[in-house]
Write a protein that binds this ligand. Structure first.
Ligand code: ZN
Length: 343
């Protein structure tokens, strides 16, 4: 009985021992698993932190890139806006007129007038109020006055034109514009006359050395004359017409100068009627009748045309022109001409 009890005691002791070992094993496993889980969590956290960091850095980079893009786009837009503003300004300068708005009704583009002078009766110059299809072509005279402004004859010409109720075109010389003559120029413009450019110096030896056009000189004088007149008449003013001192036909090699003027928005025009006031003192008419006779003869020198561009001068000393002007105006009125200005 005693031995049987001993065997039982050993069995229980072994059982307890095995249970304790089992418990320990489980606990050890559990602890290790927990540690592994914690480590894995930490790793996962650090991975996700890394990913988050990468993503954030990517977002940041993307934002930076996007900011750069936006900056580049807005800089491009600013540049484009600036360019288009400059273009608009230059266009505005180009589209400025050489007369007040009220003169639109009797202003004719120089290109049309030249076309009619070169190929009579083919120009689009027609009755201004008639439908475009009308075959009626109107006769238009353009009274032009070169070499002003001055404070003596220019105001007299203005008075005569005003009394007759007609308008003309003044081809002004830049060097003639001064504080004294600026009000005369302004009066010409304000009264509805047109302003053309006639160089800065009117010096043949500078403009046409050896009778050949000096392109750079002509271009510079055109720019200066435009600027000088603009200073008096304001930024709305811009002339598109140019008369070569001495006339285009008098000189050689003007093709390059013509092109340079064209780039400045200027077109040149000569004349197809004259009163002889540019001749030498020995040749020029001495009386009003002689001047009228000269004028009539000049009409036969040039081809018959619907348009007459009359060369006259309002310079100092051209007193006979001023005296004869009312009769010149009367001649064109009697012969059914309208009075236009060149633009
Ligand atoms: Zn002249």
């Amino acid at each position: 009985m005693k031995s049987k009890f001993r065997w039982q005691w050993w069995a229980v002791t072994l059982g307890v021992f095995l249970i304790v070992i089992a418990i320990f094993s489980v606990k050890l496993y559990a602890d290790r698993h927990a540690a592994a889980m914690a480590a894995s969590k930490t790793h996962a956290k650090s991975v996700s932190e890394h990913e988050a960091a990468v993503a954030s850095s990517r977002r940041h980079a993307a934002r930076k890139a996007s900011k750069r893009h936006v900056a580049a786009v807005s800089s491009r837009r600013r540049a484009a806006a600036e360019a288009s503003r400059e273009e608009a300004q230059s266009k505005a300068a180009q589209v400025g007129q050489n007369h007040i708005a009220e003169a639109n009704q009797y202003a004719y583009p120089v290109a049309q007038v030249k076309q009619e002078m070169d190929a009579p009766y083919t120009s689009p110059i027609k009755e201004k109020d008639a439908p475009y299809t009308s075959p009626i072509k109107e006769k238009v005279v353009f009274l032009t006055f070169d070499d002003g402004p001055n404070t003596v004859n220019s105001p007299k010409v203005l008075d005569i034109l005003s009394q007759a109720g007609v308008h003309g075109t003044f081809f002004v010389v830049g060097k003639q514009v001064s504080p004294e003559t600026a009000p005369v120029l302004k009066a010409e413009y304000d009264a509805g006359h047109a302003i053309g450019l006639h160089s800065m110096t009117h010096d043949y030896s500078l403009l046409y050395p050896s009778r050949v056009g000096a392109t750079a000189v002509i271009e510079n004088e055109a720019k200066s004359a435009q600027a000088v007149v603009q200073q008096v008449l304001g930024s709305d003013f811009r002339s598109h017409i140019w008369r070569y001192p001495g006339g285009h036909f008098s000189w050689k090699g003007l093709a390059a100068a013509d092109a340079a003027l064209s780039r400045l928005g200027l077109d040149w025009i000569d004349w197809d009627a004259a009163v002889g006031d540019a001749l030498s003192p020995a040749q020029e008419p001495k009386t009003e009748d002689a001047m009228l006779q000269y004028h009539l003869r000049s009409l036969n020198v040039y081809p018959a045309s619907n348009v007459r561009v009359v060369l006259m001068h309002d310079a100092l000393g051209k007193d006979l022109t001023v005296k004869t002007l009312p009769r010149i105006i009367q001649y064109y009125r009697d012969n059914g001409y309208k009075f236009g200005v060149l633009e």
